[in-house]
Design a protein around this ligand. Structure first.
Ligand SMILES: Cc1ncc(COP(=O)(O)O)c(C=O)c1O
Length: 422
């Protein structure tokens, strides 16, 4: 045993953590619960509870329809502008709308329509399944004029970077990737990949779902064309909260929304029957925004902006390094593999551990150890680090409970079938 594997060491790290006080800004209803799934569903900020009460009682209950002119109508842009601050975009380049999948669909179809004469879409097999389904659907919609090239990762952890760079050519219409990969947590080099795609004349669309609020992103510095992302993970926006989309300013009036609707119509309250898209990003809205869940995204973003993304990234890296060191000292000999990049600059904010019994170990963690991670088949347990509220003690406890489950074979009583949501 080295000092690093002591609980006292974790307590010392917490005592010196300059962001530790942010944990109190969240609802922690069970202080003994070790929550390691902020990469899937962020915790509830206290300020969100207060805002929810105001939204329901005052804004909806008292102000009623008047509130559309008192902040609701402009909420997609207002919240989008705050997200822009987290991803290196201008305030008028991000808007909140729909789900991540729907936003991807809108942007992919719009991008393919302006890339006439190019017939390939490039992605990798680490991209989120929904992104693959959307790409297949977009190809069907556009009469199967495009081919989807899916490049395989060399090891299931890292992106196929060299392959991608070789495959980009004059036929590539669009390159789309998850910036931080959902399973392994691998982070692509956004400026390098974007620049290689641009040299080939391709447009680039990044899925920022696992990056926004956890990994520094500078869309402008990388000259990114398009991006999408979700708000319920590190932004703590709440289950099913609407997503966001980014379109570089010079492309905003060039691209057309394939799901044109009245919220994207210029002067919509003239109720003209002919569609005339609003200028800027607004024409990428379709129907009425879900105001309650959209509004509730804002307090979580405010917390991230207050803490500062560089500070959050620094803590996240220290914490994932700590977790990996604990894995090396305590878990590796028990059959756990590290399914996340070892290189800090290629790592997002969750650490994935593999084991032949991962599913049942995950069930034991949840049902008898009061630890909440998630499981991704075939063999990955993801441990999410949300530096606004994850403590070093949380990480220490999660790892030592994993160790106990395997040493005492506590997983053996759990079924081999996965529950509905893992
Ligand atoms: C990387 C990534 N992309 C897309 C999605 C789908 O998001 P939505 O359900 O908002 O469409 C997810 C969901 O977890 C995701 O992790």
């Amino acid at each position: 045993m080295t000092r690093q594997t002591d609980l006292a060491y974790a307590a010392e790290l917490d005592a010196h953590d300059p962001l530790a006080h942010f944990r109190e800004r969240f609802v922690i209803s069970d202080p003994d619960l070790i929550y390691m799934d902020g990469n899937s569903l962020g915790r509830l900020p206290r300020a969100t509870v207060t805002l929810a009460q105001n939204l329901i009682q005052q804004q909806w209950g008292e102000r009623l329809i008047r509130n559309w002119n008192e902040g609701w109508f402009t909420a997609p842009e207002r919240v989008g502008a705050k997200i822009a601050d987290l991803i290196g975009a201008e305030p008028d380049e991000v808007i909140v709308a729909d789900s991540t999948s729907v936003n991807l669909f809108k942007l992919v179809v719009a991008a393919l329509r302006i890339q006439q004469g190019r017939s390939r879409i490039l992605t990798d097999n680490l991209n989120f399944p929904s992104d693959h389904y959307i790409l297949q659907g977009a190809i069907d919609l556009l009469d199967k004029q495009h081919r989807l090239d899916i490049l395989p990762s060399p090891d299931g952890i890292h992106g196929p970077v060299t392959e991608l760079q070789h495959r980009l050519d004059s036929q590539t219409a669009l390159l789309t990737l998850s910036h931080t990969v959902f399973k392994s947590g691998y982070v692509y080099d956004m400026p390098a990949i974007t620049s290689a795609a641009h040299v080939a004349g391709a447009l680039v669309l990044w899925d920022l779902s696992h990056s926004v609020g956890s990994v520094p992103v500078d869309l402008h510095a990388a000259q990114v064309d398009l991006a999408i992302g979700c708000t319920y993970k590190y932004l703590n926006g709440g289950p099913g909260a609407p997503a966001f989309l980014y379109i570089r300013r010079d492309l905003q009036d060039v691209l057309s929304n394939p799901l044109a609707g009245w919220m994207g119509q210029r002067d919509l309250f003239n109720f003209e029957l002919e569609y005339r898209p609003a200028m800027g990003l607004r024409h990428f809205l379709t129907g009425t925004p879900p105001i309650v869940s959209l509004s509730l995204i804002e307090p979580g973003i405010d917390l991230l902006l207050e803490a500062g993304l560089d500070n959050l990234r620094a803590k996240s890296l220290r914490q994932s390094e700590y977790l990996i060191n604990l894995w090396e000292a305590l878990l590796q000999q028990l059959g756990f593999t590290l399914n996340t990049p070892r290189e800090a600059d290629r790592r997002g904010s969750h650490v994935s551990l593999g084991h032949t019994e991962s599913l049942r170990i995950d069930q034991a963690l949840i049902h008898e150890m009061n630890v909440l991670p998630d499981f991704r088949p075939p063999d990955t347990i993801r441990l999410g680090i949300a530096p606004l509220y994850t403590s070093y003690r949380d990480i220490y406890t999660a790892v030592t409970r994993l160790q106990k489950i395997v040493i005492e074979r506590l997983y053996e009583k759990y079924p081999k079938e996965a529950p509905l949501v893992t």
